[in-house]
Design a protein around this ligand. Structure first.
Ligand SMILES: CC(C)(COP(=O)(O)OP(=O)(O)OC[C@H]1O[C@@H](n2cnc3c(N)ncnc32)[C@H](O)[C@@H]1OP(=O)(O)O)[C@@H](O)C(=O)NCCC(=O)NCCS
Length: 163
């Protein structure tokens, strides 16, 4: 083994593990912005939410923020996988992790998303079903148009899944 290989070794650091972030959540802002592009909207839930990050060595590949909405409902407020690692099963893994961790305290996982082909098929593949719609959510709450796949998002579509 040469000196460079030794320097790159991180004894005690398990590869590809999911860790809970209790302090310094804002350090992950670039990751959070992939899923929610307006910082003051992220600020509405970040501190009260519980955050987990999938790390590979010292790189964050995916993150999720969940919040207790009462009556056994846990809401996914933010879920993001870095572009180079999308479509490799990490998003599904984060949802599985959240379901396993919280199913003794919550019966339903809820998530709101724009009506976009970039997210709706993902949640459906992960076993979520349409719950309800908040009309004009993106028009009323964001200070600029949110465009996904060339389409301006208007309504928030909520999906739910029993856990
Ligand atoms: C949406 C997102 C979290 C999905 O994570 P991912 O790791 O890419 O998804 P996975 O690889 O776990 O996909 C799980 C399944 O959904 C499917 N899927 C994922 N994205 C899809 C898409 N845009 N269209 C169709 N199917 C999709 C996958 O093909 C896979 O299906 P399979 O199990 O039949 O193979 C990720 O693309 C992302 O971070 N996007 C940007 C941020 C964002 O929009 N977050 C959601 C905010 S609500």
């Amino acid at each position: 083994m040469n000196a460079t290989q030794r320097t790159n070794e991180r004894p005690g650091i398990e590869k590809n593990r999911i860790i809970r972030i209790e302090n310094g959540k804002k350090a992950y802002l670039p990751l959070l912005l992939l899923a929610d592009e307006q910082e003051d909207m992220i600020d509405r839930y970040l501190e009260r939410g519980e955050m987990f990050v999938l790390e590979d060595g010292d790189r964050a590949l995916a993150g999720v923020v969940v919040s207790d909405e009462g009556d056994g409902v846990l809401e996914i407020k933010n879920l993001a996988v870095i572009p180079a690692h999308q479509k490799k099963g990490l998003g599904r893994r984060m949802i599985g992790f959240i379901a396993d961790r919280y199913r003794d305290r919550f019966h339903t996982l809820l998530v709101g998303t724009g009506d976009s082909p970039m997210t709706v098929p993902f949640y459906e593949k992960c076993g979520f079903a349409r719950s309800h719609v908040v009309k004009d959510f993106f028009l009323d709450n964001y200070d600029h148009p949110i465009i996904e796949d060339g389409v301006r998002l208007r309504d928030m579509i909520y999906f739910k899944k029993s856990i």
